[in-house]
Design a protein around this ligand. Structure first.
Ligand SMILES: *[C@@H]1O[C@H](CO)[C@@H](O)[C@H](O)[C@H]1NC(C)=O
Ligand SMILES: *[C@@H]1O[C@H](CO)[C@@H](O)[C@H](O)[C@H]1NC(C)=O
Ligand SMILES: *[C@@H]1O[C@H](CO)[C@@H](O)[C@H](O)[C@H]1NC(C)=O
Ligand SMILES: *[C@@H]1O[C@H](CO)[C@@H](O)[C@H](O)[C@H]1NC(C)=O
Ligand SMILES: *[C@@H]1O[C@H](CO)[C@@H](O)[C@H](O)[C@H]1NC(C)=O
Length: 360
């Protein structure tokens, strides 16, 4: 409220008081009460909302608990049905109708064409859901492919003025530090800054989707402060998309029976070391089958439906913790056809567990 103290005179104060009733019915103030996504604001087909982006989105403090699904798109053939509007739209519809999802976090998009972002944008609008695009390196020898993805996301932003009202934020890489992409952190941080500068005119926040529990790199030892790479990244990112994954610490968490203390250590660590930034758990997971798409290591204990069920029951039961800490989370992943064992939906289209995350 700097302008009050700096510029307010008695005359303007009187003027302000007189126009109060009109200010109260101003569209941008009304829409703050009905915000996007999940707060009543409705996207209309390819028509940009009239208000500024800053008043369109629900505040971070409201985006807690279950937000939606992590949605792998790992087929590089842009003509494959998984990259087409019809299939994406069908999945979005079901996510929303059956589970109350309001956002979709895109994961591992191997199609490098603008077509996939255009299809996602269209499906987001059709279902009134928000999307988090991702710039993805991938594991092929050609480590420059990400540039095609970055350019295709930017072209969709440029060609669709509505896109910043559908794209919540953009993840520049998923575990880019863990995977040591871009010839290492020095080049990566430089490209992160360049990408952020390139999308700044669209107002879409930029972050990385990463595990911050990497002692000596992202974090300090024993959860003491940030590590050297974490320190370089922290000032650049607009929000936090954290991978909180006891699954990959099978030595500490052989089963899903006692995973919650890990979250209770991790989330306050993020809050203390990345202050004043929205926190989302963009990736958290468990496998319902031995030998699914991701090994745990340490002999792969607990990869079964019982532990998968217990894991998601535990996360679902912590609604008040997520609310108190203002942290949202995504279920990784939507469907077993995307990443075997991790999906909520099995290969026959059935729901594997009782999933009805409370809104609290
Ligand atoms: C990729 O985009 C180009 C245009 O930029 C288009 O000609 C081509 O058909 C697209 N490929 C697929 C598979 O969608
Ligand atoms: C890509 O997908 C389309 C549609 O399923 C298919 O017709 C085409 O053969 C695929 N291309 C390759 C190279 O697999
Ligand atoms: C940023 O934009 C410039 C100019 O279009 C382009 O050359 C560069 O590759 C872009 N970099 C990133 C990281 O998006
Ligand atoms: C981490 O904490 C444990 C127990 O508090 C201690 O034994 C260990 O030396 C610490 N490690 C480092 C690297 O500080
Ligand atoms: C978790 O997996 C272990 C095997 O690693 C098994 O003994 C245990 O019963 C499982 N827990 C549940 C709740 O099914």
């Amino acid at each position: 409220m700097w302008f009050f103290s700096r510029y307010l005179t008695a005359a303007t104060l009187t003027a302000l008081l007189i126009i109060v009733p009109r200010v109260a019915s101003h569209p941008s103030l009304e829409s703050r009460a009905s915000c996007f996504p999940g707060g009543g604001a409705i996207l209309s087909a390819f028509q940009k909302p009239s208000q500024p982006r800053s008043s369109w989105w629900c505040p971070a403090s409201q985006q807690h608990g279950f937000l939606g699904f992590s949605y792998p798109m790992e087929n590089s053939n842009c003509s494959d049905p998984s990259n087409q509007f019809a299939k994406i739209n069908q999945d979005f519809q079901r996510m929303k109708a059956q589970f109350g999802a309001t956002m979709v976090r895109i994961y591992g998009p191997e199609c490098r064409n603008a077509s996939v972002w255009q299809n996602l944008l269209q499906a987001g609008i059709a279902n009134n859901m928000a999307i988090i695009p991702q710039v993805w390196w991938g594991f092929l020898a050609d480590q420059d492919l990400w540039k095609l993805t970055a350019a295709s996301i930017i072209s969709v932003l440029r060609n669709n003025p509505i896109a910043p009202y559908v794209f919540h934020s953009i993840a520049f890489g998923s575990e880019p530090i863990g995977d040591d992409v871009d010839n290492g952190p020095t080049q990566f941080v430089s490209d992160l800054k360049a990408f952020k500068a390139n999308v700044s005119s669209f107002g879409v926040p930029v972050t990385i989707s990463e595990d911050w529990d990497r002692p000596g790199i992202m974090s300090g030892q024993n959860w003491t402060g940030l590590g050297p790479v974490g320190q370089q990244i922290a000032p650049v990112i607009d929000l936090v998309q954290a991978h909180i994954m006891p699954y990959y610490h099978a030595d500490l968490f052989p089963t899903a029976a006692n995973i919650w203390p890990y979250f209770e250590q991790y989330i306050p660590f993020l809050q203390a070391n990345l202050p004043n930034k929205q926190i989302m758990v963009s990736q958290t997971l468990w496998s319902s089958e031995l030998g699914g798409s991701h090994d745990r290591g340490f002999g792969n204990p607990g990869e079964n439906l019982g532990n998968f069920t217990l894991y998601w029951d535990t996360i679902q039961s912590m609604c008040s913790y997520f609310k108190q800490h203002q942290v949202g989370w995504f279920f990784h992943t939507w469907d077993d056809s995307q990443e075997p064992g991790l999906g909520l939906i099995d290969d026959n289209g059935n729901i594997k567990i009782a999933f009805d995350p409370p809104k609290c």
